[in-house]
Each structure stands twice: as structure tokens, then as C-alpha cells.
Design a protein. Structure first.
Length: 242
């Protein structure tokens, strides 16, 4: 057996050792959205850790939100993730960064968050009510989601994009009352969109406890068993997320 064939065999075995939910997402690009403090970044960090442990390659983690850069919280997530952590102060450089990375060295890529990217655009270039800014945001969202999907598909790695829920939304988004806080048309580029949220449950002793649920609203894989299914986050990472 050639060294190349042996390497492929080892990687296939490693992938089989992954959590089956994460394994089902490999080679795809997904948006995970939800309200603040739902645990989106924490989930991304634990998945990053899982990928590195199983596949022996780090995840490239682009930390964009200000609460992730140079903060105690960001340091904690970096430690959990065991990822190649990149603090991005100028998000408009992201397309260039994505194009100039050797993705064969990585098991995944995370942008945290898309909302942070768009907040930067608004702060830098002007009022979000300006039609030109809205057009710029829409185009930038499409570029980023397309590049992330291309990377995932070509290199068979997992691409995750974190997003907050839209601050103002009164419509219906696949049966939900909220949606990701960026241009909806750019979602056509991704393989899936999942909502992460907190649910309060009552224990038998009468006490209340928060659990975190993730639900895929969109999964374009025709063989998907995840679509519309509510999954407790601890089923993915093996422990509760706070």
C-alpha cells in the first residue's frame, strides 16, 4: 500500500470515530445562529476540539467579534478549541485570508461571527439604512458564504459560520420567528442552517434547568436525518454547554 493510500485509510478511520452528527456535516458549510449567550461560540469551540482530536489537524478559527479578541472569554474558547486561532480586526481581509490558506492542513474552518463582519462594514462605511451599504453587505455575505462552501466541498472539511439572530424580524423563517442577522439570499450558498437556542426544563425534584438545543432548519443533503430534528447540544459534544 502506498503512503498516500495509507494516509487516506487512516483519515477514513478517524472520520468514523467522530460523533455521527459532526461526521454527517463534514465536507459541508453550515450557518449556526441564535440569540446572545445561547452557546454558539462554545459549540463551535468544542467541535473544533473534536475535529483536531479525531483527525489530527487543527481548525482555522477566525475570531471577529470584539468579545472574542483579547478577552478572557476569547482566551477560554481558544483553549477549549485547540484551534489555530486568528483574531481578525479588519474583516474585509477575510476573502483574501480564505483564498491564501492551504486547507489540506486543516480539518475545519470557523468564522465567528458573520454578524461581526457586517457590524464592521456598517461602522466603517456608513449607515445600514443607506441602500449602498445594504448592497455592500449583501454582496459581502454572498462572497463569504460561497468561499466557505467551496472550501468545505473541495477539501472535505467542515465550515461553520456563526451568526446572531436578526434584531428586528416579523416574518417566518422556515417556521421560526427569527432568522440569521445577515442577507438571507446568501444562504443559498450554504449546505445548512441551524438554530441554537436555550430551553428551560423542570426536573422531577421541581428545580429548573437550562438545556441547549440545536435544530437544522435547512440541510440540503438529500440523505439528511438532521432536518427539523431537535438535538441536545450535549449529544454532540458529550457534555453540557454553558
Amino acid at each position: 500500500m502506498s503512503l498516500e493510500a495509507y494516509s487516506r485509510q487512516v483519515e477514513r478511520r478517524a472520520r468514523r470515530a467522530l460523533n455521527p452528527i459532526v461526521r454527517a456535516l463534514m465536507g459541508e458549510a453550515h450557518v449556526i445562529y441564535g440569540p446572545p449567550m445561547a452557546g454558539k461560540s462554545t459549540l463551535a469551540a468544542y467541535i473544533s476540539k473534536m475535529l483536531r482530536e479525531a483527525l489530527g489537524k487543527p481548525v482555522k478559527y477566525y475570531a471577529i467579534d470584539s468579545n472574542l479578541r483579547g478577552t478572557e472569554w476569547g482566551h477560554k474558547l481558544k483553549s477549549i478549541s485547540n484551534a489555530e486561532w486568528v483574531e481578525v480586526k479588519v474583516p474585509r481581509a477575510l476573502p483574501w485570508m480564505l483564498d491564501n490558506t492551504d486547507w489540506s492542513k486543516y480539518s475545519g474552518v470557523v468564522i465567528d461571527s458573520l454578524t461581526g463582519v457586517f457590524e464592521y462594514v456598517v461602522e466603517t462605511f456608513g449607515d445600514i439604512l443607506d441602500p449602498r451599504i445594504n448592497l455592500m453587505l449583501s454582496r459581502f455575505a454572498s462572497v463569504l458564504t460561497k468561499k466557505m462552501a467551496d472550501i468545505a466541498h473541495e477539501h472535505k472539511i467542515l465550515a461553520l459560520m456563526i451568526s446572531h439572530s436578526a434584531a428586528i424580524f416579523t416574518g417566518d423563517f422556515y417556521g421560526e420567528k427569527d432568522r440569521p442577522a445577515f442577507a438571507e439570499r446568501s444562504l443559498k450558498n450554504v449546505d445548512g442552517v441551524a438554530k441554537l437556542f436555550v430551553r428551560v426544563i423542570k426536573e422531577k425534584n421541581g428545580t429548573e434547568r437550562e438545556i441547549r438545543i440545536i435544530k437544522w432548519l435547512i440541510h440540503r443533503n438529500p440523505n439528511s436525518t438532521l432536518r427539523r430534528k431537535e438535538i441536545r447540544v450535549e449529544e454532540i459534544i458529550g457534555e453540557e454547554v454553558s
